[in-house]
Design a protein around this ligand. Sequence first.
Ligand SMILES: [Zn+2]
Ligand SMILES: [Zn+2]
Length: 106
Amino acid sequence: MKERREKIGLLPDELGRKRDDLFKKYSIKVNIEPRAVMLINTPAVKVLYSIFIRKTRKNVFLTYNPVTRALDPLVCQGCGKSITSIYFCDDLHLLCSICSKKCPLC
Ligand SMILES: [Zn+2]
Ligand SMILES: [Zn+2]
């Protein structure tokens, strides 16, 4: 009975060793390297908008993005964020609503 209990007590150790052996035996090393790069080039349409602000003309380019099938949003000249609502300061800087309160460029 005592012998049996000792044997049972040794089982977790043995199991651990067996598992390590199997791990060593069947482990494979995989090296992954990039083999090809794909450059996707799509035509885009640039649309020139002329905006008149207090009789002054301001040209704004909008890009039609064929991937999203929409016009790319403009970029605030003050903070660089994408904008869908545009504002202009007295010097006609293109701004977002936050920058329009105090133009960072003027
Ligand atoms: Zn801004
Ligand atoms: Zn300004």
